[in-house]
Structures are given as structure tokens and as C-alpha cells.
Design a protein around this ligand. Structure first.
Ligand SMILES: *Cc1c(COP(=O)(O)O)cnc(C)c1O
Length: 369
């Protein structure tokens, strides 16, 4: 059996450091908004090359609080990728704005900058590029359109910790970057967590206030804030994990390189492409096949775990029936949702396991005709 992702093994690789972090917090007597959070925030800001990092409760809150801090709200439209995890859309909805989907480039699966301008209306206030699957979106043309039209740019970095765009780490290209530290992400806590990074001091300060009841000084509330804090335990656990992130990302890249080699030329199988501006971190290794469900079934029978990211496009979810975007309105994204399949990838996956997946995929496609 080759699991899709072996989280137990990933965390076991750093067991002693994680136990030490837990004991440090346990014995400190201080569990929310303390030293561990401060250290993690400055370490993660440095890592990303951003001036500021504000820890929050999860990735969705990071997106929501970044939008709120930028004053995006009711009546506003926010451009989002048609092809993303639904959290990106939900963030726009939670601030009272309307998510407006833009189709992806079918090769990179990321937002196609050439399609942005056609989606802009007088109500458009922001664009949210997602670095999907760990592949940086093409930020420069997106930022150029945003500048021309006075739009804010909030990046969704939930799948791309450590990825670089044109040689520079993600973290402060746009106005803000929202991060998730959900356990399965490349930088994952042992529970929920998130952060916002930015070079804008005033924006960071607003997120800091919003995450903590709208309060800078205890029991003095300036705005209607929320409770969304990265707790001391998760911050302490993330610190040793940040120190191994580059090494773990390199191991993911080695798995991806082996897949690209071993799966080249398999008939009907679409492989991920890496744009020349991108240094991806391979959160997922996503292939495409016209008979995706049959492929997934054969791989499951061969003991290979796969996951579909994602089976239903956001605009076709019951939650977004309210937008009235019928099937057929976003054909590129819809086709991707029908064809994508994520193969096992992770920092503890062995070469033997990777080779076994390659053999299983070749075998499965061969018997599918
Ligand atoms: C995981 C994820 C999120 C949400 O993060 P949570 O911490 O689970 O709230 C947002 N966007 C993308 C693209 C994600 O993959």
C-alpha cells in the first residue's frame, strides 16, 4: 500500500523536536498570544522575505482578514480563479463581496492573466491569485492589470510555502499573502493554523487588530473584530517544521522529477508543466486523464492512494447555486475538475514507492485501452 500522504511518518521524522516544543509550551503556562507566536511570526516573515507576518487561526481566516483589512466588503466584486479550493471563493463571500470566477490556463491550472481584464467591472476591487498545487501563478501580468485598474491583490499561498516566482519567494508580491498551516500542507501544524504576510505595516496592523477582537489594548475594541489567533502550541510546533521546510520541499521535488521522467509518453496522460517563471514546491502532483475515475479505481486496486483536487468546481457546488453559473459557463475549469487526479507525493515517500506508483499508472493506463 502506498498512501496518498503519510502525515504520521512526516511528523515522526521530527518527533523529538515536536515533543520538546510541546513541553516548552506546556510548562510555560502561557497558551495564546505569547513568545512562540512572536518568534514564529518573525521567522516566517524572514523566510518569505516579507516585512510582516501575522498568525491567525486558519487559512480561510487569513484570506478573510486580509480582505477585511483592505476594506473589501458588501457590493464589491473579487476576481477569483474558477479552478481553486472553495476557500478562496468563501473568503470573498464572508466579507460580503461577490466572487467572480476567471478561467485558468489549462496547462498550469492557475489563473490565466490574459482573461482578467474582461472580468473587471466598475465594482471590481480585488483579485485573488491562488498558487495552486504549489505552482506559483504568473504574478507580474496579474499585478500589472491590478495596478492599471486600482485593484488590491490578495494571494492564496495555502499550497505554496517556499515556492518562488522569478527567483523570489512568495510572501509579498501582492498586497498580502494568506497562508494555511492545515496539517496536510507543505508547512503543516498539528491542528489548524494560518498567517498573513505583507510588506505593508498598516495592513499588518489591521490584521493584528482584527484577529484579536478588534483590540490592540486589552478590553479596548476599535473595530468589530473576531477571535482567530495562531495559538502558542501550533506556533511552537511550526518553528522546527519551518526549519526543515526547504529540505522537505526538495524531497517533494525529487519525487516530482522522477514522476515526470517515468510517466513521460504514457498515452492520454497529462502531466504537470512548470512555467519558466516558477519554482514550485509540489504540494500536489496532479495528472489528467479523460477516464480519470477508471484510472483512480485501478490505482486503488493496485494499492496506490490518490485524491481528486477537486471533484466539483466551486461554481457547481450547491453553496454557489445563488450565483446562477450553470454547467458550461466555465468549460476549462469544468474539464479540469473531470480529469485531474493527484498521485501520492510527500517528503517521506521513498524512491521505491515512487517507482511502484509509476509502474501502477503505466499498467492501469495500458489496460484501459
Ligand atoms: C487549504 C486551503 C485553504 C484553506 O486553509 P484552511 O487552513 O483549511 O482554512 C485555502 N486555499 C487553498 C488553496 C487551500 O488549499
Amino acid at each position: 500500500m502506498i498512501p496518498f500522504l503519510d502525515l504520521r511518518a512526516i511528523n515522526a521524522a521530527q518527533r523529538d523536536e515536536l515533543v520538546a516544543a510541546f513541553e516548552r509550551v506546556l510548562d510555560s503556562g502561557w497558551y495564546v498570544m505569547g513568545q512562540e507566536l512572536q518568534h514564529f511570526e518573525s521567522e516566517y516573515a524572514d523566510y518569505c522575505g516579507a516585512a510582516h507576518c501575522v498568525g491567525v487561526g486558519n487559512g480561510l481566516d487569513a484570506l478573510v482578514l486580509a480582505l477585511r483589512a483592505l476594506d473589501i466588503g458588501p457590493g464589491d466584486e473579487v476576481l477569483v480563479p474558477a479552478n481553486t479550493y472553495i476557500a478562496t471563493w468563501l473568503a470573498a463571500s464572508h466579507v460580503g463581496a461577490t466572487p467572480v470566477p476567471v478561467e485558468p490556463d489549462p496547462e498550469t491550472c492557475n489563473l490565466d492573466p490574459a482573461r482578467l481584464e474582461a472580468a473587471i467591472t466598475p465594482r471590481t476591487r480585488a483579485v485573488m491569485p491562488v498558487h495552486l498545487y504549489g505552482q506559483p501563478a504568473d504574478l507580474d501580468p496579474i499585478l500589472a492589470v491590478a495596478r492599471r485598474h486600482g485593484l488590491k491583490v490578495v494571494e492564496d499561498g495555502a499550497q505554496a510555502h517556499g515556492a518562488r516566482y522569478k527567483g523570489r519567494r512568495l510572501g509579498a508580491h501582492g498586497d498580502a499573502v494568506a497562508w494555511s498551516f492545515y496539517p496536510g500542507k507543505n508547512l503543516g501544524a498539528l491542528g489548524d493554523g494560518g498567517a498573513v504576510t505583507t510588506d505593508d505595516a498598516a495592513l499588518a496592523e489591521r490584521v493584528r487588530t482584527l484577529r484579536n477582537y478588534g483590540s490592540k489594548v486589552k478590553y479596548h475594541n476599535e473595530v468589530i473584530g473576531t477571535n482567530s489567533r495562531l495559538d502558542e502550541l501550533q506556533a511552537a510546533l511550526l518553528r522546527p517544521k519551518l526549519r526543515t521546510l526547504d529540505e522537505f520541499n526538495r524531497r517533494r521535488a525529487a519525487v516530482a522529477a522522477r514522476y515526470l521522467e517515468g510517466l513521460a509518453g504514457v498515452p492520454g496522460l497529462g502531466l504537470p508543466t512548470v512555467a519558466d517563471f516558477a519554482e514550485p514546491v509540489w504540494h500536489l502532483f496532479v495528472v489528467r486523464h479523460a477516464r480519470r475515475d477508471a484510472l483512480a479505481q485501478r490505482l486503488a486496486a493496485a494499492g496506490v492512494g490518490t485524491v481528486i483536487h477537486y471533484p466539483v468546481a466551486p461554481h457547481l457546488q450547491p453553496a454557489y447555486a445563488v450565483l446562477g453559473l450553470a454547467r458550461g459557463t466555465l468549460p476549462i475549469s469544468e474539464r479540469l475538475h473531470e480529469q485531474v487526479l493527484s498521485l501520492p507525493i510527500g517528503p517521506t515517500q521513498t524512491e521505491d514507492q515512487t517507482n511502484a506508483v509509476i509502474a501502477a499508472v503505466r499498467d492501469a493506463v495500458g489496460t484501459m485501452g
